[in-house]
Design a protein around this ligand. Sequence first.
Ligand SMILES: [Zn+2]
Ligand SMILES: [Zn+2]
Length: 264
Amino acid sequence: MRMEFIDTHCHINFGQFRDDLSSVITSARKAGVRKFVVPGVDAVTSETAVKLSQKYPGDIIPAVGFHPYEAQRTDPSGAARHLESMLKKCPYAAVGECGLDYHIYKGHEATGKKDAQKFLLETHLRLAIRYGRTATIHCRDAFDDLFDLIDSLPRLPKAVLHCFSGGMRQVRQAEERKLLMGVDGNVTYSKQLAANVRSIPLSNLLLETDSPLLTPVPLRGRRNEPKNLRLVARAVAAIKGVPLPEVAEITGHNSRSMFFAYYG
Ligand SMILES: [Zn+2]
Ligand SMILES: [Zn+2]
């Protein structure tokens, strides 16, 4: 049986892919990467993700959302209306990329800015729960606030902690809340991350590239693209000591149940 992989977080809706997207998709398919989840980070890139999903039906799932970097310049009620109308129009769209990123405030007083991020994230998660969609969550240096926020919601959202960067305590906290964790190309060069991934069962992992960022070894310095998901998969197989087809099968199953359920 041919191995198939799903890139569960790639920004092929960004300007970096404007000129050669169809060849990027062709080379991904040649590498066995057949399906893609494409998150927006603002109104424009979310709309672009939805348009791409119409061009590649069943193979591209868009996620609509406002990145925490946008929290300062995003009006939360306008964002909520925009998100809701996109979710209504696109019944298979996921939610995101949304989240909390406190790394950008290191060394600065940022209470109000953090509150703006939290409010924007809560808006996304409440919509994800209301519309039964999966959320792709970005979290950097903000896990305590993230888990507190999730625990304050009326129900657990179905969600992935994309590009997971937590330690063992955060792995357990994610597992208690049935959140899956996304692994990216940085697993090929971060020993700490590799050690964490070793202890997460495959049944809780998804593979992603975060293209155009996080290019894996040995291609670092170049634009990342979904075909490089193979390198992430190979690294996970080596770290966990399991055959590559098993990584493909289990992470593929996880990805389909999180993002492609609409297509059966
Ligand atoms: Zn992210
Ligand atoms: Zn991203």
